[in-house]
Unconditional design. Structure first.
Ligand code: FAD
Lengths: 287, 763
């Protein structure tokens, strides 16, 4: 196994162009597990850790550009108010050790349907900044996930950053696990209110071959909410929203949970998360 | 939060009763402790094991050629290369060292490789070509037990043991409750995988450095398979990363030794995490039918039970597990009419054997669930129904055995019930999440970590209901049913640098329970000498018996005490002529004094094969738990808020170590109640990893409130009562009962899965 260690981004792109089969490694919390469990035997590892520019984030206008090397711990510590949904999701990832190493870019690279970053990225309408020696490409998050553990990156492409719109309204992330910490999602849900556009964003995790939005639920809800009057949420609307979120999923039975439980819990999480978000929104208005 | 109400006895600051810190504690926490997986010798080879992918198949041929041809490979062995006996086993030698013509469970060892690199060894093992002819796997234990048309897993049939218990003939009562209960397959989930190093010796024998629970029983099984006399198979204990029963059976001991003898080089084998799930036995899953009859005021009239335990492909300790389930099948309650049938069967499921609680755990979950049902039927509280039926000293157990030491169960329950209850979490709104990932809520939410789901934020209090439940358990301490159960200790007093010094040598396995510390404490108390060294455990001293059945403080503790007493007597007799002689002068004049003693507990007797009667246990231990849980009834997620326990240990030898045992046992019981299960379908394990075999984290295990009682057992050294297992029994039913109380559901199966709550129709 070759170990490639570029010191700059351009060098990394050059390596990847020359050896598209090389596996990028950032936090290594997925890559090393695969290697240790003998699940994959990469011909080469492309270590992105020395590239210091990847570990920064910046607010560019109303969007936060999160470098591929920004860990979950830093997301939690530094981006909790700009990107609350993503920070809440980050807080649920693994254990402190994993959060100190793991990254959103790694989560995207692995593209597991159970990855916790995905629902909030979908709900916020994030864009993945991918780049190769051939040039740069902005991939809307909805087009990024192409199958179970597959994504839209070309073999020579690397993720340089993720662009996440800063929150303009309340955001919540919610995840079912069979224990109270350090658990892979049985299923998960994210909601983001975009009051400026009178739009709702959603993301569903671990309940379909890929993370996905609940588009019908978003559209239904956007039309039902009293954006101006901020009046209390109609319980019937909240319930219907939960049902529509569940309808958007297509879960399976597996070792972590049953499909019917996933559907049920998605509808409960969606209803509750909407309740929290609307309470925040309505509360702010009256303040 | 923990408080021990009894004070340690005064005396030697570091003798019996003191919270002496353990020597391995800091090393383990800082990652410096040398486990068996850290063993290393220059020039050693690495062993790897090829395992069956099928739960049941004929082996038509094995082609080792491709593996042998790989550079770096030194040996490839199959059953044909086993030098001696081809079968081994703890109770019954039915398990092949390497599969002979057939495999009976997924993961059964088929062939071995030694190579100069672990990776090479693994690849070579994968290159071996085995022609399997899969056949019907027997996976339904009920069929295995009762259906004569079921194919036999072994030529002698599928029944490993049927143990009845028969007392009285009155099986009618005013109040009758019935229930069917199921316990999933729990794993010991120790953190240090199976590993060891075998070193070929000049005399043609082998020196084996190994993490195990009982060196001598390993030696007894390894030597015949190697075709060597026992004295040529010398075992030394290597650093043990947890055991809980899973190291009672052999794993890689014979394999590494075979490879070492064949290659003439030291051979190390370390299982990976996934392999470890196939490398040891698990807790027997159980299916239990119970019927309890009582008077209207809640006094037990009779108990009828059928307990079915799936032992999987090989016998392991199934017979003894069945014995425990049968003899303790009604729990610590007085009842005059009992009809129990406990069965252990062979199937092609993963082999099951010893795990902390050993047969008593499964039955405890069922009988405690029944006691709660009975309480409800009689209109009594769960505490009251238990008090009304509680055993006490002088009570007769279902086996006819009379409890002949203190068993203050009623008082323990009263004390437990009187403990203050924790406050509500949901309405406590002062604590907020410290991190800035706190939800953008205008109104403060309770600390998410205190709610079901934790920071995964599935609720801010919606759907959360509190429940309280109780559990009581009774566990036999030491080996039972006529087993010749003893330990050996060698104690030497000598001058080192002019100072008296004690060396304690036993073969007892320190598996993390703190035995090394306790042995030194006993020596200090008995000899009044502060400087004590505990020699590494090996087979150059007599057997200590197993580090299981909560027995080592009792039996090896007893042996150390006896050897110390013998040393004391010897010193006294040497001093006889000159009573004024000090210890230093005495040792200067006569040299070191060394004594070796065996210690046996009172004998036990077999259970009658027809009636189950007999004094089958030497000591019985009680623990009671109260669980307080918050359940998100809509999502089925549980947060255990508090676990309180009262346990009678007879005599506290080391308070801090004891608390650790109770905390750990309780956590393991909580795990069984809520998450720990090896999922098996069609004989195949679905979750052999710590990603999907979940054990409780610090956010799942709540603070504990403990009361530890000291009512001495007059038959045991210092009056002590084994303590490691009892808390594992009672915490499971307590948590399950609390979840039932919160949800109103029957929940007849552990672990309770979220969907069992969320998708259940309320009863
Ligand atoms: C104990 C444990 C617990 C875990 N718990 C969770 C959990 O709760 N939730 C969760 O979502 N995940 C969890 N994970 C999985 C893992 O931590 C996450 O997926 C994490 O986001 C991976 O980030 P990383 O930087 O470590 O990725 P790496 O392991 O370095 O890489 C992951 C994948 O992304 C690719 N990759 C990395 N960087 C780039 C890049 N810049 N461009 C293109 N491809 C790239 C890699 O080639 C690889 O395919 C857990 C893992 C462990 C070991």
């Amino acid at each position: 196994m070759d170990f490639l260690r570029p010191l700059t981004w351009d060098e990394a792109l050059a390596y990847k162009a020359g050896r598209p089969e090389a596996t990028p490694i950032q936090g290594g919390t997925d890559v090393m597990v695969e290697i240790n469990l003998d699940k994959g035997r990469p011909a080469a590892l492309l270590d992105l850790n020395p590239i210091s520019e990847l570990t920064g984030w910046s607010a560019e206008g109303r969007t936060v550009r999160v470098g591929a090397g920004v860990t979950y711990s830093r997301l939690i510590g530094e981006l909790g108010s700009l990107l609350p949904g993503l920070a809440q999701a980050a807080r649920t990832v693994g254990s402190p050790q994993i959060r100190n190493r793991g990254t959103v870019a790694g989560n995207l690279g692995a593209a597991s349907p159970a990855g916790d970053s995905h629902p909030p990225l979908l709900a916020s309408g994030a864009v993945v900044e991918a780049e190769s020696a051939r040039g740069r490409r902005m991939i809307p998050i909805g087009e990024f996930y192409t199958g179970v553990k597959r994504n839209a990156l070309a073999p020579d492409e690397l993720i340089r950053a993720v662009h996440v719109p800063a929150a303009t309204g309340p955001q919540y992330f919610s995840k079912i696990g069979t224990r109270n910490a350090m658990v892979i999602a049985v299923c998960s849900f994210a909601i983001a209110l975009h009051p400026g556009e009178r739009r709702i964003g959603t993301g569903i995790g671990s309940a379909a071959p890929t993370p996905r939005r609940a588009v019908a639920a978003e559209e239904f809800l956007a039309g039902e909410l009293d954006w101006d009057g901020r009046s209390a949420l109609d319980p019937g609307v909240a319930r219907r929203f939960g049902e529509l979120v569940a309808e958007a999923a297509s879960p399976i039975d597996d070792v972590r949970g049953r499909a019917d439980y996933r559907l049920h819990s998605l509808s409960v999480m969606a209803r509750r998360a909407l309740g929290w978000a609307w309470k925040d929104y309505a509360g702010r208005g009256s303040a | 939060m923990t408080s021990i109400q009894t004070e340690p006895r005064s005396g030697s600051r570091s003798g019996v009763g003191a919270s002496v810190p353990r020597p391995d504690g800091t090393l383990k926490v800082t990652g410096e402790f040398a486990y068996s997986s850290d063993l290393w010798l220059d020039g050693m080879l690495w062993g790897a094991t090829l395992r069956s992918p099928h739960p049941s198949a004929w082996i038509r041929s094995i082609d080792i050629g491709p593996a042998l041809a790989m550079p770096g490979v030194f040996a490839v062995l199959t059953h044909e290369d086993v030098p001696g006996e081809k079968f081994y086993g703890l109770e019954h030698r039915d398990q092949p060292v390497l599969a002979v013509d057939q495999v009976r469970y997924q993961g059964e060892p088929v062939a071995l490789v030694a190579a100069d690199h672990p990776e090479t060894a693994r690849r070579a093992a994968a290159a071996i070509i085995v022609a399997y002819e899969p056949r019907e796997a027997v996976v339904d234990p009920r069929r295995a037990a009762f259906d004569p048309s079921c194919p036999p897993v072994h030529p002698h049939g599928n029944l490993v043991r049927h143990q009845p218990v028969r007392v009285g003939d009155r099986f009618q009562a005013e109040v009758v409750v019935t229930g069917e209960y199921e316990v999933g397959m729990q794993d010991q989930a120790f953190l240090g995988p199976e590993s060891g190093l075998a070193v070929p010796a000049e005399d043609g024998g082998v020196d084996l450095f190994i993490a195990t629970q009982w060196l001598h029983v390993d030696q007894d099984q390894v030597a015949p398979c190697l075709g060597l006399p026992k004295e040529k198979v010398r075992l030394s204990l290597a650093g043990v990363g947890g055991a809980f029963g899973a190291r009672e059976d052999l794993s890689m001991q014979i394999h590494a030794s075979m490879l070492a003898l064949r290659t003439g080089r030291p051979v190390k084998i370390v299982y990976g995490r996934e392999e470890s799930f196939f490398g040891h036995v698990h807790r027997h899953p159980a299916w239990m039918r119970y019927e309890h009859g009582a008077t209207a005021d809640g006094r037990l009239v009779y108990v009828r039970a059928e307990i079915l335990l799936d032992g999987g492909a090989y016998c392991s300790t199934s017979r003894a597990v069945v014995g425990n389930a049968a003899s303790l099948g009604v729990g610590p309650y007085e009842v005059d009419n009992v009809r129990i049938d406990a069965y252990g069967v062979y199937t092609n499921n993963p082999p099951c054997g010893a795990m902390r609680g050993f047969g008593a755990v499964q039955a405890c979950y069922a009988y405690e669930s029944q006691m709660d049902r009975l309480a409800e039927a009689c209109g009594l509280s769960p505490v009251e129904i238990r008090i009304r039926n509680a055993v006490s000293q002088g009570s007769r157990l279902a086996t006819g055995q009379v409890v002949d030491s203190p068993a203050p169960l009623a008082g323990m329950l009263r004390e437990l019930a009187a403990m203050p209850l924790p406050g509500s979490t949901v309405t406590r709104r002062s604590i907020t999440e410290p991190s800035s990932a706190k939800p953008s809520s205008a109104e403060p939410v309770p600390d998410l970590r205190s709610l079901p789901g934790g920071v995964s934020q599935t609720t801010h209090g919606e759907g959360v209901r509190r429940g309280v439940g109780y559990g009581v358990g009774i566990k036999n301490i030491c080996f039972s049913e006529g087993f010749d159960d003893y330990s050996t200790a060698r104690v030497r007093v000598e001058l080192l640098g002019g100072e008296p010094h004690v060396l304690v040598h036993t073969a007892a396995a320190e598996v993390g329970q703190g035995l090394i510390t306790v042995k030194a404490q006993i020596a200090r108390t008995e000899l009044g000498i502060d400087k004590v060294t505990v020699a590494p455990a090996d087979t150059s001293v007599g057997s200590a018996g197993s580090s299981s059945a909560s027995r080592q403080s009792y039996v090896t503790g007893g042996a150390v005490k006896a050897a110390c007493e013998a040393v004391r007597e010897r010193l006294d007799s040497l001093r006889a002529g000159d009573p004024e002689l000090g210890l230093v002068e005495l040792l200067e004049r006569f040299g070191p004094v060394e004594e070796t003693r065996e210690y046996r507990h009172r004998p036990t007797f077999p259970m009658d094969p027809v009636t189950g009667q007999g004094d089958s246990h030497t000591q019985l231990a009680l623990c009671v738990h109260r669980a307080v849980v918050d359940v998100d009834v809509e999502l089925g997620l549980v947060k255990v808020v508090e676990l309180a326990a009262v346990q009678d240990v007879g005599r506290i030898l080391n308070p801090v170590a004891l608390e650790g045992q109770i905390h750990g046992g309780t956590a393991q019981g909580l795990g069984l109640a809520l998450m720990e299960e090896i999922q098996v379908r069609d004989g195949r394990v679905l979750n052999p990893s710590f990603t999907d075999y979940l054990i409780p984290t610090i956010l799942d295990m709540p603070p504990m409130r403990l009361s530890i009682l000291e009512n001495p057992d007059p038959h045991a050294p210092y009056g002590l009562r084994g303590a490691g297992e009892p808390p594992t029994l009672s915490s499971t039913p307590a948590v399950a009962a609390a979840v039932r109380a919160a949800t109103g559901l029957e929940l007849p199966r552990v672990p309770i899965r979220p969907e069992d709550i969320a998708l259940a129709a309320p009863s």
